[in-house]
Design a protein around this ligand. Structure first.
Ligand code: 3HC
Length: 335
């Protein structure tokens, strides 16, 4: 279900020729595709699709995959310093889950014709984006709790609707990812609960972490709707089901009562329940910070890419061995 492109080379060449023939995407072709989307059809990897739809999916799914992989780094920072063996085991399992998410997502993107090698090369060269949240540092143990609670919580809010994305391989990958993210969110909330109910110093550590991570977690949902370049087409194609602002608001509405339960204060003086809207009003987000991070200004952005480059280099012999083994098996089969 999450496999890479299983077509033979001959099949791929035939598909490329067919794509080239279709290079003129006339109105009838685009209307017919939109009619499939409107009827709720699920698009599969080998289906005919507009080039824009394919490119949008490769962009979003590969950025998502990169986020899962780079997202292992801020938490990896705490594996050797987790306060107990139990915490260490849980943290390790969570980080491994994130690696798995990255792999399903690269595989889903590969079904659209972009190789994983190319996508990884884009990440390592700094060409590809990954979520802004992972450029922030994790200086305290409380950050492991806050990341699970807020970052995985935001990821779930964004990704549950992606389980109904019009592109089948992405939607199906999201089902398992969301189940695991939901466990991650709960383990994070449990860490923060323990700290919030602990000594005054522990509670302060939880509050300080919330103060730092709150606003960056709201930025995970992307720019406001008016500045979101891709949202409207994305929603028309039912890749995205809700706008960035709608999902951000849902996240805030769910999270504020959780903070109140813990006796922690969301660092937003303008946050208040709006009886009429039945939702929380909240203060202005510093969009200049989000755009600066997206453009490469994140505190740990350079260190994250350095770490990925080192891991890629260290893994070179594993990739070479796997390729040699696959080649040997193929020639044995052919013989
Ligand atoms: N970080 C980095 N880049 C961001 C961003 C963010 N928080 N928010 C928006 N952007 C980028 C977009 O990718 C786009 O860049 P591009 O045109 O160069 O490709 C540009 O800013 C404009 O934003 P749009 O709103 O027009 O873009 P989208 O319609 O694609 O919406 C999105 C952005 C909501 C992030 C959407 O792509 C999405 O839902 N992606 C899938 C989920 C995802 O990638 N999540 C990453 C979170 S981390 C995670 O899941 C790991 C888990 O373990 C916690």
């Amino acid at each position: 279900m999450y496999s890479t492109d299983l077509r033979t080379d001959a099949e791929k060449r035939r598909a490329q020729k067919a794509d080239a023939k279709r290079s003129v995407e006339d109105a009838a072709f685009l209307d017919a595709f939109q009619a499939r989307i409107d009827a709720g059809d699920i698009i599969e990897a080998k289906d005919i699709m507009p080039e824009g739809y394919r490119k949008t999916l490769v962009r979003q799914i590969s950025q998502h995959a990169h986020s899962e992989i780079v997202g292992m780094l801020p938490e990896g920072n705490w594996v050797t310093r987790a306060p107990t063996l139990r915490r260490k085991l849980i943290l390790l399992a969570k980080i491994q889950d994130e690696a798995g998410h990255g792999l399903y997502l690269y595989s889903a993107a590969e079904t659209l014709g972009r190789s994983r090698d190319d996508m990884v090369a884009d990440l390592l060269s700094g060409k590809a984006k990954y979520s802004t949240i992972f450029t922030y540092p994790t200086p305290t143990w409380a950050d492991m709790g806050t990341i699970g609670w807020l970052v995985d919580g935001a990821a779930i809010t964004n990704q549950i609707p992606l389980c109904r994305c019009s592109f089948g391989p992405y939607a199906r990958a999201m089902v398992r990812v969301c189940k695991e993210e939901s466990f991650h969110q709960r383990q994070g909330y449990e860490i923060v609960t323990t700290l919030a109910q602990g000594t005054p110093e522990q509670k302060q550590m939880a509050q300080e972490s919330l103060d730092r991570i709150w606003w960056p977690s709201l930025m995970m949902f992307g720019p406001p709707d008016g500045a979101s370049a891709h949202s409207s087409q994305n929603m028309k194609w039912k890749i995205k089901r809700h706008s960035n602002d709608e999902l951000r608001q849902r996240f805030i509405d769910t999270t504020v009562p959780q903070a109140e339960f813990l006796g922690l204060k969301i660092p937003d003086p303008d946050l208040k329940w709006n009886e009429e809207r039945g939702r929380y009003d909240f203060g202005d987000i510093d969009w200049s910070e989000m755009w600066a991070v997206i453009k490469g200004g994140g505190i740990c952005g350079k260190a994250r890419i350095r770490a990925r480059k080192a891991a890629h280099k260290e893994g070179e012999w594993v990739r070479a061995a796997a390729a040699a083994y696959a080649q040997k098996r193929n020639s044995e089969k052919a013989a």
